[in-house]
Design a protein around this ligand. Structure first.
Ligand code: SAM
Ligand code: SF4
Length: 341
C-alpha cells in the first residue's frame, strides 16, 4: 500500500478549506454503539448501524493514515463508546506508531478504562477525555439511564494510576439535572490535577427525554457562577479543540474549559473534521455536508492516492459554520453518538 506517512513535513500537502481554515484535527468515530444511554445524547431505544456497514479496523487505520499524510497532527478516537469496539486497540497502536501524529487522544465514558488505561498508554495515547456529569450514584443512573458511577470513577483512577497527565473531564450541565453539582465537579478535578470542560448541550438527534431549550445552561451563566466561587483568569491556551480555557489563581495544575456552540460560536477557527463509524466524512458537526470515504477505500483497496484526493476535494464542502437553534426541531437528526463527539 502506498503511504506518504514517512514524507518529510516540508513537502506534505495540507488541508485548507474555502475560508482559509487549516484542518489539522480529525475525530474518528469507531462505533455508534455504547454501553450507556445518556439522556442528552441518545434516545432510550436507539437503532444502531448494522455491523457490516461499519468501517473495518483496517479501513479506519487507512483513513487515519491518509489524514496524517495530509498534515493532520491530532486524531481523537471517539464514538459511541470507543472502548466497546472489539479489538480497537489495534487502531490505537497503528496510529500511535505514526511519527507525524503529535496527539492521539480518546474520548470515553470511562466504564472500561480500568481494563484499557495501561494498553492505551502503551499504544501511544497522549491524552484522555472522560465524560462525567455527576458524582452521585442515583443521578448517574438517571442521566446515563443504565450506568454505574463506580465503574467510571474506577476508570478515572486507573487512568491517573498509569500516568496519564492532564486528563480532562467533559461535563454537560443541564438545568434541573446536575446544575447543583458544578462546584463538586470542579473540586473533584482540582483534587486530582485534572482539567474539566463544560459543554453546552447541542440539539443533535431526537432524545425523547427533555426539552433542550428548558435544560439549556449557558457557558456565560456557568462562568459567572464559577467566578463567584473561584478566582479565575482567562487564558489564550488551546488544546486543538473548541474549548476556551480559564485557570485558577490558587492552583496551577487544573483548568476549566467552556465549549459554547450556542453562546460563543467557535466556527471561525474550526480546524477539524469528523469521520463516522460508517466512514462518512463530516465537514461540520452542525451541518449535513459529507463525503462517503468508505466507498472510496473499498473501491481502491490497494492504493491510497484516491483516498487522499477525495479528502482534499472534500475541503471545498466545509461550510462556514453551524446554526444551532434550541427552539426548533433538531435540524441534524444524527445523534452525537453517531457523529463522533
Ligand atoms: N462515549 C464517549 C463519551 O461519552 O465520552 C465518547 C462519545 S460522546 C458522544 C462524546 C462527548 O459528547 C461526551 O463528552 C458527551 O458528553 C458529549 N455529548 C453527547 N451528546 C451531546 C449533546 N447533545 N450536546 C453536547 N454534548 C454532547
Ligand atoms: Fe454513550 Fe458517550 Fe453518548 Fe453517553 S455521551 S450515550 S457515553 S456515546
Amino acid at each position: 500500500m502506498k503511504s506518504l506517512s514517512s514524507t518529510p513535513d516540508a513537502i506534505k500537502p495540507q488541508l485548507i478549506d474555502r475560508f482559509g481554515r487549516k484542518i489539522t484535527y480529525v475525530r474518528l468515530s469507531v462505533t455508534d454503539r455504547c454501553d450507556l444511554r445518556c439522556v442528552y445524547c441518545m434516545s432510550e431505544d436507539m437503532k444502531f448501524v448494522p455491523r457490516e456497514q461499519l468501517l473495518t479496523l483496517e479501513e479506519m487505520t487507512r483513513i487515519g493514515n491518509a489524514f496524517i499524510d495530509l498534515g493532520v497532527n491530532k486524531i481523537r478516537l471517539t464514538g459511541g463508546e470507543p472502548l466497546t469496539r472489539r479489538n480497537i486497540l489495534s487502531v490505537f497502536e497503528a496510529l500511535g506508531s505514526q511519527e507525524n501524529l503529535k496527539d492521539l487522544t480518546v474520548t470515553t465514558n470511562g466504564t472500561l478504562l480500568e481494563k484499557y488505561a495501561q494498553p492505551l498508554k502503551n499504544a501511544g495515547v497522549t491524552r484522555i477525555n472522560i465524560s462525567l456529569d455527576t458524582l452521585r450514584t442515583d443521578r448517574f443512573k438517571k442521566i446515563t439511564r443504565i450506568g454505574k458511577l463506580e465503574k467510571t470513577l474506577a476508570g478515572i483512577e486507573a487512568a491517573l494510576q498509569v500516568g496519564f497527565q492532564k486528563i480532562k473531564l467533559n461535563a454537560v450541565i443541564m438545568n434541573g439535572y446536575n446544575d447543583d453539582e458544578i462546584i463538586d465537579l470542579v473540586d473533584f478535578i482540582r483534587a486530582r490535577d485534572m482539567d474539566i470542560s463544560f459543554i453546552e448541550e447541542m440539539p443533535l438527534g431526537e432524545i425523547g427525554d427533555h426539552d433542550r431549550a428548558k435544560t439549556y445552561y449557558s457557558s456565560d451563566k456557568l462562568r459567572e457562577y464559577l467566578q463567584s466561587n473561584y478566582q479565575l483568569t482567562a487564558t489564550t491556551e488551546q488544546t486543538g479543540g473548541p474549548a476556551k480555557y480559564y485557570r485558577f489563581t490558587d492552583n496551577d495544575q487544573s483548568r476549566i474549559g467552556f465549549i459554547s456552540p450556542h453562546s460563543h460560536n467557535f466556527c471561525d477557527d474550526c480546524n477539524r473534521v469528523r469521520v463516522t463509524a460508517e466512514g462518512m466524512l463530516l465537514l461540520c458537526l452542525g451541518q449535513q455536508h459529507s463525503l462517503d470515504l468508505r466507498k472510496v477505500v473499498r473501491a481502491n483497496p490497494l492504493d491510497d492516492d484516491a483516498l487522499r484526493a477525495a479528502i482534499i476535494g472534500a475541503m471545498k464542502l466545509k461550510p462556514k459554520g453551524h446554526d444551532f437553534n434550541l427552539n426548533e426541531q433538531p435540524i441534524i437528526m444524527r445523534h452525537m453518538s453517531a457523529t463522533g463527539g
